[in-house]
Design a protein around this ligand. Structure first.
Ligand code: AMP
Length: 416
């Protein structure tokens, strides 16, 4: 389903376009229409599935198109950690960029100045609050938080909140909220304690369960953390380690496919390539040659990662980190089909460590980082994760948001 089909508000659509989202992920396709209908939701969805936008988009849409109380908190998102609060703030900053929606994140570990600015927003009204339980309770205890117009309650990573012992805190926060509201609960797992919480706070919820495919156990997975210029040498090194009968090397762009194909051809490998610039009959010929083992290596874009049945692949190399966890599972699932054993290596540049970490979270497993042979020179440290830093919910951001959008008569002001 395309976002254009949801009929979202124009300013929201501008944000979706700016984020580069075109098609809804499975969890979004299921959850968004139900939230727009006003249903309570209990959704089993992990990080990496697009769950954040799955609740942010329909809540934003409703805030933009239905009357809401400007002097109250309208939506409350409760999360277990500061990191998640920051991540959601960043997503919201992007998606809601062209709207007049205000938001603030409220979490512990920050100083008195921030507490005072949080207080001001909670006292005078802010559309969306993203909070961790402890800090929110500190504000609620002081009696100034305006919640009379609250319509949406979202619990994100609810299982983690319960693991961290936040059950009582959540119940306490909820005791301050108006009874008439829409409740959305997202959790990676559904243990009995989550069911209990759901029974306490949800009203006739729709249940959504997005099963994430996991890579088959018989695939040996490994990764090399490298600098971009080290990749061509390393791929040749890996290919020479063993007599591989059939290898697929996945690249993220056709340009990357073409360059690597030329490189391997020059090095006298029996290599073919598949990408969208080739005519259908050329692609079919390459595939035939690969299946008949005339070619032992195929360099390809993701067009080959789904649906095409080639047996007996003994090695898959991700020359670039795949776009997301599902793509990773599909790519490496090309090997070890029909219960045979297979190997999958991923090349991760220093800039892609964070992206790969998200994939590891989704598949629920840390992939072993293999040493880069000394002949390739020093490689980046696998620990040097390049997280997008900064605090989207920090004071500067909050004030910027308020300055930019509040007091302009409520009209959306688009940056030039
Ligand atoms: P989440 O599961 O909410 O942590 O989202 C995982 C990643 O997917 C984030 O980087 C989002 O920006 C991205 N994302 C969410 N929805 C979409 C979509 N429909 N199309 C492309 N990327 C998306």
């Amino acid at each position: 389903m395309y976002f254009a089909d949801f009929g979202f508000d124009d300013d929201l659509m501008d944000g979706i376009d700016a984020m580069g989202y075109e098609k809804a992920t499975p969890v979004q396709a299921q959850v968004i229409p139900l939230i727009l209908e006003g249903r309570d939701i209990i959704a089993a969805a992990q990080t990496g599935t697009g769950k954040t936008a799955a609740f942010l988009l329909p809540v934003l849409e409703q805030l933009l198109t239905k009357p809401h109380d400007e002097r109250s908190v309208n939506a409350l998102i409760i999360v277990p950690t500061r990191e998640l609060a920051t991540q959601i703030s960043q997503a919201l900053e992007g998606i809601a960029y062209y709207t007049n929606i205000s938001f603030i994140s409220v979490y512990g570990g920050t100083g008195g100045a921030l507490f005072a600015s949080e207080r001001k927003a909670l006292e005078t009204g802010v559309d969306i609050v993203i909070c961790t339980p402890g800090r929110m309770i500190s504000h609620l205890n002081m009696g100034y938080v305006k919640l009379g117009g609250l319509k949406y309650l979202i619990l994100d990573e609810a299982d983690r909140m319960l693991d961290m012992g936040f059950y009582e805190d959540i119940i306490k926060i909820i005791s301050y909220l108006p009874k008439e509201r829409q409740n959305l609960l997202f959790s990676a797992t559904m243990p009995p304690a989550i069911r209990k919480l759901a029974n306490t706070i949800l009203h006739n919820p729709a249940e959504i369960n997005i099963a994430i495919s996991k890579p088959p156990e018989q695939i040996t997975q490994g990764a090399f953390v490298v600098y971009e210029p080290q990749k061509p040498g390393l791929v040749k090194y890996v290919l020479k380690q063993k007599e591989f009968a059939s290898v697929i090397v996945f690249c993220s762009s056709k340009l990357s496919v073409k360059k690597l194909y030329e490189e391997l051809k020059r090095a006298k490998f029996a290599v073919g390539s598949i990408h969208s610039d080739l005519e259908q009959d050329q692609r079919e010929q390459v595939l035939l040659d690969f299946k008949s083992k005339k070619l032992s290596i195929l360099v390809a874009t993701d067009i080959l990662s789904r649906g095409i049945d080639i047996e007996d692949i003994d090695l898959v190399i991700n020359y670039d980190v795949p776009h997301d966890g599902e793509d990773y599972v599909h790519r490496i699932g090309r090997t070890a089909r029909a219960a045979t054993k297979g190997t999958a290596y991923t090349f991760i540049t220093d800039k892609e460590l964070f992206k790969f970490h998200k994939i590891e979270k989704l598949i629920g497993k840390e992939v072993e980082k293999l040493p880069v042979p000394a002949e390739f020179g020093p490689a980046p440290s696998p620990a040097a994760r390049t997280e997008r830093s900064g605090n989207a919910g920090g004071e500067g951001q909050r004030n910027k948001k308020k300055r930019r959008y509040k007091g302009n008569g409520g009209g959306a002001k688009k940056p030039q």
